[in-house]
Design a protein around this ligand. Structure first.
Ligand SMILES: Nc1nc2c(ncn2[C@@H]2O[C@H](COP(=O)(O)OP(=O)(O)OP(=O)(O)O)[C@@H](O)[C@H]2O)c(=O)[nH]1
Ligand SMILES: [Mg+2]
Length: 394
């Protein structure tokens, strides 16, 4: 699943320090010559790619960044100190755009790569510089120049490793809140989530993966009902799906029926996607006594004929969620290692992704056609919502 993670910031390079106007004043020397030093240069602002980062989240809290200004020059020919450069770290793969002109300033594609985004101001000259044979007591200095200022847009295409799948109200957004710093809206009604949310899950402090919370699928999603179909195709880019099931639904539907409807949806949409690694996550365990929970669990597994991994959690109190994250991390790392070690595994994964996308495209095209047909019949529907591009929101 690919999202654009973006942030808009303003950067200010430091101003150059002013040149100093000063004359030597010492005992016994009545008219000393000029000794005003130059100012220091203002610091510049750089962006630097850092492989330890994977989102722009930090840039959403602080929007304005300033490099140090240079100090003014002083008497006795002292040059002012230069301002320190400011280096702002961004994830590898970030594109940096000048927001006002739309110009792409650069792509930072390797760890440690830097790009200067705002030039520091040049230092002013002290009056010593203006001494000449005809002017032994110059009173002239120049001010330091202003540093550049720029509005920048930082864009990062993020691939989510894990996609959350489930009916509306299953607890997907609650799950992502429990395991990451993302804070999507959670509410006791369906379709709370209207646009996907990404959360970065940190495991043991330094390892991480990205989870995408998408709007709830409802039965008939692959037929274009509800919001689901717009997002189903984005799941074709995930490595693994977590199917979140509400074990204590408030409506008539049983967890087994609900889960089955989701699986059918997936199969109709893309058989290849339905065959991807998928783990069952039974949520809201806190709302049921043990016995009822066990019964529902058994019915669910039987109905699905499920033999894959199953987790029991209570997302609201983050009970059981840590273990899933540990296991997901291991699964993803093993997959990454296999792909890195064996080109055939990587090629296979790419082929699978292409196949899923092809299936998704066909499905969407078929839906479009049938909607168009319907539109001709009643002249009242539109199919614009079938293929929206997804923007990332925290
Ligand atoms: N008791 C209990 N309630 C939960 C749990 N997880 C989620 N909920 C509640 O279930 C409701 C729906 O949760 P959300 O996280 O918004 O569900 P969602 O799957 O994101 O829903 P949509 O965005 O509409 O698709 C909220 O009222 C949550 O507080 C849980 O483990 N226990
Ligand atoms: Mg939600």
């Amino acid at each position: 699943m690919k999202f654009v993670d973006e942030a808009t910031i303003k950067v200010f390079a430091g101003k150059g320090g002013n040149g100093c106007l000063s004359f030597r004043r010492e005992k016994y020397i009545e008219k000393g010559g000029p000794d005003g030093g130059d100012g220091g240069d203002g610091g510049s602002v750089f962006m630097e790619a850092d492989e330890n980062l994977n989102t722009m989240v930090d840039y959403r809290f602080q929007r304005s960044y300033r490099a140090e200004s240079g100090e003014a020059g002083r008497g006795r020919n002292c040059t002012g100190k230069s301002g320190l450069d400011l280096v702002l770290k961004v994830p590898v793969g970030t594109t940096i755009i000048d927001e006002d002109s739309g110009e792409i300033l650069g792509d930072l594609s390797a760890h440690g790569e830097q790009l200067k985004v705002a030039q520091g101001g040049f230092h002013g000259l002290g009056n010593t510089r203006f001494k000449s044979s005809t002017n032994r007591a110059p009173r002239q200095t120049t001010p330091g120049s202003e540093g550049e200022a720029r509005n920048l847009k930082l864009e990062l295409k993020v691939l989510a490793d894990v996609g959350l799948l489930g009916l509306p109200n299953a607890g997907k957004s609650t799950f992502i809140r429990a395991v990451s710093a993302a804070t999507p809206k959670v509410a006791n009604y369906p379709f709370t989530t209207l646009v996907p949310n990404l959360g970065v899950v940190k495991v043991d402090g330094h390892r991480s993966f990205v989870v995408a919370d998408i709007p709830g699928l409802i039965e008939g999603a692959s037929e274009g009902a509800g919001l689901g179909v717009r997002f189903l195709k984005h799941l074709t880019r995930n490595r693994i799906l977590l199917h979140i099931v509400d074990m204590a639904p408030w409506d008539e539907i049983t967890p087994a029926e609900a889960a089955l409807s989701i699986v059918r949806e997936l199969e109709r949409f893309s058989p290849t996607l339905a065959g991807r690694p998928r783990w069952l996550v039974l949520n809201k365990a806190d709302l049921l006594d043990e016995e009822t929970f066990a019964e529902r669990r058994q019915e669910l597994l039987d109905t699905l004929g499920w033999e894959g991994p199953v987790y029991e959690i209570s997302a609201i109190s983050a009970t059981g969620t840590e273990r899933i994250c540990q296991d997901l991390m291991i699964h993803l790392e093993e997959q990454r290692e296999r792909e890195a070690a064996d080109p055939e595994v990587l090629a296979e994964e790419q082929a699978t992704q292409s196949r899923m996308q092809e299936e998704a495209r066909e499905r969407i095209a078929a839906l479009r056609a049938s909607r168009r047909q319907a539109a001709e019949d009643d002249d009242d529907s539109d199919d614009d919502d079938l293929d929206v591009e997804v923007e990332y929101v925290h």
